[in-house]
Design a protein around this ligand. Structure first.
Ligand SMILES: [Zn+2]
Length: 104
């Protein structure tokens, strides 16, 4: 999970939106500076407050990475394949069926 908070706050700072209201209600000036410098990230609580204060969706502040599809080796034929789900063990229905028959 990558945070977009830093970029978002830097933009708000340019717009002059990081004023005393923000520091009092959302994140203290010291912590905001730290986030902008990259010294630390914003906590999920702070992210909630930022989203509420600026009335933006969480997706504007948190970037969700799509799940990685890793090449998996088929347990039956040994071919590499991209699994459709995390639990997939075989490259195809054919291999799954053949492996099932071989084991029973
Ligand atoms: Zn296979």
């Amino acid at each position: 999970m990558k945070s977009l908070v830093k970029t978002f706050l830097a933009h708000q700072k340019e717009l002059g939106a990081l004023n005393s209201d923000f520091y009092n209600q959302v994140i203290s000036e010291g912590r905001t500076k730290g986030i902008l410098k990259g010294t630390h990230g914003a906590s999920s609580r702070e992210i909630n407050r930022i989203a509420k204060y600026f009335n933006v969706p969480h997706s504007a502040l948190i970037e969700r990475k799509p799940p990685k599809l890793i090449d998996t080796i088929c347990e039956h034929c040994g071919e590499a394949f991209i699994p459709g789900n995390k639990k997939a063990k075989y490259c195809s229905d054919r291999c799954r069926n053949r492996a099932f028959r071989a084991n029973n």
